[in-house]
Design a protein around this ligand. Structure first.
Ligand SMILES: Cc1cc2nc3c(=O)[nH]c(=O)nc-3n(C[C@H](O)[C@H](O)[C@H](O)COP(=O)(O)OP(=O)(O)OC[C@H]3O[C@@H](n4cnc5c(N)ncnc54)[C@H](O)[C@@H]3O)c2cc1C
Length: 472
């Protein structure tokens, strides 16, 4: 009886967006005692981390790896009973530059790297080392990435290495990125090697992120969260002290509060009644998207997990050979390769057809890898996501980043655009949940973990356990 009345009195919360952020947040809210309904546009949960078919095999629609230092991700996997499914591998990095493929996997290879002279190499090495030592990135938000890199690496290294890399991640938006953006990329890559072994080590989940999404969804259902997939929300206006969730073809539904776990530009569309300045802040976050080809092919392209590309004629940003990390047997002995192309949201290339992209990509691969022939390709698919990555511009965290609350209504806006000093990754995404949950619960009159059977069944994970494992 007491439990029933607690349920009746606990706040009703809508979570819009069933990516890893929305899923985790929904679980934590439920554990704290809220009555939660999750709305996901697609038929499956997982968002950017959802799965796709490559021939007869399934894997992530976009490539994902886990770092040893991704403690929150590892704690979540442990909580979902998936630690055993995490496989670690030592990987190598390549560089495609001046029409040649070079290994850049350790200090000796770096010193041998032909495209740069010794002084340039020393300056490049010093830039990376210095960036890895910066503890407070806030001052870097006051400098453009290009100015900072020119200062540390010199004009030649900027032109030969950094600019092609920046352009490949940001297109023409590289001009507005602050030094904090490049710092975050260097810091994450450095973390992949900071394990004492001085080699790059990555992890992947046996089964891909789809397995995580499924487990999270089961955990939500078990905890009593209502999951409505295939349900695109059209609007979330404020209403009578709470909110209304509006879905085409269904009656309006009232909630005490709503969390938009959607990209800010989508959240702006969902909440047109926000005050104009708050609305504009969500709508105008400078954003990058990605067009990502995935190719199942009979022969590997190379031994590298990542190949960075500095030659401008190549139509994609990099080559990610997933089967340099994941056992090829999972794909019938074939290789799974991703070819991402990062684009500003308004780039004309968004309207290019799959056929045209495929033809251009395969032609480039045949030029880059003499042993590669398009007849080896078993499957070629293209995935697109337009609102992926907020660009850290000058003064981003103070003047550009959308706030969690945009007015005094019961609406929260939590998205990857809130990652001020990090790259877009699952670990940072889970960090957002950790950072914003206490404030959210306070306003809802709930306590973390709450009380009752649900909370006890899903104790929040202890990241210290994973940390001890890393340092041991
Ligand atoms: C190419 C690429 C490579 C990556 N590589 C890595 C990696 O190696 N390691 C790593 O840790 N991370 C990586 N990531 C990042 C990782 O995928 C993201 O950090 C994570 O998936 C973000 O989750 P999210 O919930 O914030 O956003 P999303 O996944 O974008 O979730 C938003 C959800 O909202 C839903 N939605 C949108 N509009 C509506 C609506 N109107 N109504 C209802 N639902 C709606 C969407 O369908 C989606 O499910 C990569 C991402 C990309 C794109």
């Amino acid at each position: 009886m007491k439990e029933d009345s607690e349920r009746q009195n606990s706040p009703r919360v809508a979570v819009v967006g069933g990516g890893l952020l929305g899923l985790t947040l929904a679980l934590r809210l439920r554990q704290a005692g809220a009555r939660v309904t999750l709305f996901e546009r697609d038929e499956r949960v997982g968002g950017l981390a959802s799965g796709a078919s490559f021939g007869p095999y399934r894997w992530d629609r976009f490539y994902h790896v886990i770092l040893l230092s991704d403690l929150r991700t590892r704690a979540l996997l442990a909580e979902l009973g998936l630690s055993e499914r995490l496989r670690w591998g030592i990987t190598r990095t390549g560089f495609y530059t001046d029409g040649g493929l070079y290994s850049m996997s350790n200090a000796i290879e770096f010193l041998r790297f032909p495209p740069l002279g010794l002084i340039d190499k020393l300056r490049l090495g010093a830039t990376i080392f210095f960036a890895s030592r910066v503890k407070d990135p806030r001052p870097l938000e006051r400098m453009l990435a290009t100015d900072w890199l020119r200062w540390w690496s010199g004009q030649r290294v900027l032109d030969r290495i950094w600019l092609p890399l920046l352009k490949s991640k940001l297109g023409e938006n590289y001009r507005i990125a602050s030094a904090a953006f490049i710092w975050a990329i260097i810091a994450r890559m450095y973390a992949a090697r900071r394990t004492g072994i001085k080699q790059e080590m990555f992890g992947a989940i046996d089964g891909g992120y789809e397995l995580v999404n499924e487990r999270l969804r089961s955990a939500l259902l078990e905890a009593g969260v209502e999951c409505r997939v295939g349900t695109p929300v059209r609007e979330v206006p404020r209403h009578d002290g709470g909110v209304v969730v509006r879905v085409d073809g269904q009656p309006d539904e009232a909630f005490d509060a709503a969390v938009m776990a959607t990209p800010p530009r989508v959240s702006a569309l969902l909440c047109p009644d926000l005050p104009a300045p708050a609305h504009a802040r969500l709508r105008d976050v400078p954003t990058q998207g990605v067009v990502c080809a995935a190719m199942l092919t009979r022969q590997p392209l190379s031994v590298y997990y990542v190949t960075n590309i500095t030659d401008r004629w190549v139509p994609f940003t990099g080559v990610i050979e997933m089967t340099a990390l994941v056992d090829k047997e999972r794909f019938g002995g074939n290789s799974l390769v991703y070819l991402p192309l990062y684009l500003p949201v308004d780039d004309p290339a968004w309207s290019e057809s799959d056929e045209s992209l495929q033809a251009r990509f395969l032609e480039a691969l045949e030029k880059m890898y003499p042993h590669f022939d398009r007849d080896q390709v078993i499957d070629f698919t293209i995935a697109r996501a337009r609102n992926v990555l907020a660009i850290s511009t000058l003064g981003y965290s103070d003047d550009v980043m959308p706030p969690v609350r945009a007015d005094d209504s019961a609406r929260w806006f939590i998205s990857a655009a809130r990652i001020a000093y990090g790259t877009l990754n699952v670990n940072e995404t889970l960090g957002l949940v950790e950072a914003e949950l206490p404030g959210l619960l306070r306003e809802l009159g709930l306590r973390p973990g709450g009380a009752g059977p649900v909370a006890q069944a899903f104790e929040p994970p202890d990241p210290r356990a994973a940390r001890a494992e890393v340092t041991s």
